[in-house]
Every structure is written in C-alpha cells, then in structure tokens.
Design a protein around this ligand. Structure first.
Ligand SMILES: [Zn+2]
Length: 77
C-alpha cells in the first residue's frame, strides 16, 4: 500500500527502464504500431507509461497468428 502511495525513485526508474528496453527491442506490444495514438512499432505510446489497450490487443492477435498457426500446420503434417 505504502509503495503505491509513495513510489520510490528506484522503482520509478526501474519501471521506466523496463519500458525503454521493451521499446528498444520491440518486445511485446512495442512490436506493433499503436492504433490508438498512431505511433510506429518501437515507439512509446504518447500517454506516459501506458501501452494502449488496442495496441496490446493488436500484439495479442499478431502473436496468435504467428505462433498458433505454424503449430497447427506442423501438427497437420
Ligand atoms: Zn498508443
């Protein structure tokens, strides 16, 4: 509870760093363009420290398309 009300500077920096690493290497939601604020893949969403829900959805769909289908095709052989 206290951590939420008074976030430490270290946790703050860690959070920023985590977003930065994901952005730089285009991990997760950062691997797709955002349909909400129209930033390209590898660019942070315009809302600070948020990844728009629509973008997360896009990423989820993309991973479902690229990982699930080959698995199903491999099984069909
Ligand atoms: Zn966005």
């Amino acid at each position: 509870m206290r951590a939420i009300l008074f976030p430490s500077l270290a946790a703050d920096a860690a959070h920023d760093a985590a977003h930065e690493v994901h952005r730089r290497f285009r991990h997760g939601a950062y691997s797709v363009d955002c349909s909400e604020c129209h930033v390209k893949a590898g660019v942070l969403c315009l809302g600070r420290r948020t990844v728009h829900t629509a973008r997360r959805e896009l990423y989820r769909q993309k991973t479902a398309d690229t990982t699930l289908v080959p698995l199903l095709l491999g099984r069909a052989r």
